[in-house]
Design a protein around this ligand. Structure first.
Ligand code: NAP
Length: 278
């Protein structure tokens, strides 16, 4: 049985396996045991194909199908994830985004966070959503939190400054401000996004999740930092609101980004994976 209690561990075993290595696991109430081809096993990855002999709840089946190919790539990867309506909105004009996607999808997001070393968001997302950016819906490791707060306008009232976990803020402001549990790194205003990327690269994280919002993800796409852009598309029309992306303007469709892609389902929603750097 795969549940919120062991999915984190399962994903971690897969993440730590080598690219083409076959994995044989015996999953039971007692835990997950790594075993071999000839011993009892009920979940395996053989020649990169998932062979599952467990009865899986729909959401965990989808999570495994989406994440295993990503985890088996074994490369350093920057993933941007966008939950949006079919007309490309990630929030209403007033910033409310709860909930465009099915609530079940939160489990997926927490699984994705649990395999990432760091999660990055912009200051507006903190102001509008007041997220914790943890993996509390499953048993998993919390990623390090990185917040981009250009003008250093955040205050201690937000949850991320009050749960005891550490944060890093990148800013271009010269203000002398202190925020609880937070290292503030001041960067040059000129080429701010490139400076942020340099700093994140120095931290040598393998899996980085850019969670939004629109400005943060768009700036990183403009700077070619995103390897995998993942849309989770709810069959919902909002008709107005914040667009998921605001990229550099183009005047010729030949310049549109047409990357390699794959798709999955997450319960009743579509997941489109765009591989921007391959
Ligand atoms: N549906 C989803 O998947 C999802 C996910 C996350 C967020 N959201 C929604 O998205 C909305 C927020 O998105 P948003 O686009 O307004 O804001 P955002 O990307 O969350 O934050 C933007 C702010 O972060 C700073 N920033 C981030 N990257 C920067 C860069 N490269 N260069 C300079 N400054 C940078 C700037 O701060 P300064 O202005 O101080 O310079 C900027 O104004 C919220 O309503 C939230 O609910 C939806």
């Amino acid at each position: 049985m795969i549940s919120s209690k062991n999915i984190g561990k399962l994903l971690k075993i897969i993440k730590n396996s080598k690219k083409n290595e076959n994995i044989y696991l015996q999953i039971s109430k007692l835990g997950i045991k790594e075993t071999t081809k000839n011993r009892k096993h009920n979940f395996s990855i053989v020649e990169n194909k998932i062979i599952n002999n467990l009865k899986l709840n729909n959401i965990y089946e989808s999570i495994i199908e989406i994440l295993v190919p990503i985890l088996r790539k074994n490369n350093k990867i920057v993933i941007a994830q966008i939950g949006q309506s079919i007309d490309g909105r990630i929030a209403l004009i007033n910033g409310n985004s709860h909930y465009i996607n099915e609530k079940k999808g939160i489990k997926y997001l927490h699984c994705l966070r649990s395999v990432c070393d760091a999660v990055v968001v912009g200051s507006n997302t903190i102001k509008k959503d007041n997220p914790k950016l943890t993996t509390r819906k499953i048993k998993g490791t919390n990623p390090k939190r990185i917040i981009i707060d250009g003008s250093l306008s955040l205050t201690n009232k937000y949850k991320i400054f009050n749960d005891g976990y550490q944060n890093i803020i990148f800013t271009k402001s010269k203000k002398n401000k202190k925020l609880r549990n937070t290292t503030i790194i001041k960067l040059d205003n000129k080429n701010f996004t490139k400076n942020i990327i340099k700093q994140i690269n120095k931290l040598e994280y393998k899996y980085i999740l850019i969670e939004g919002g629109s400005k943060t993800i768009s700036e990183f796409i403009n700077n070619k930092y995103i390897d995998l852009l993942q849309f989770i598309i709810a069959p919902v029309i909002i008709g107005s609101g914040i667009n998921s992306l605001n990229l550099k303007k183009i005047t010729n469709l030949k310049k549109a980004i047409r990357p390699k892609y794959s798709y999955n389902f997450l319960s009743k929603e579509f997941v489109i994976n765009l591989f921007l750097n391959s």
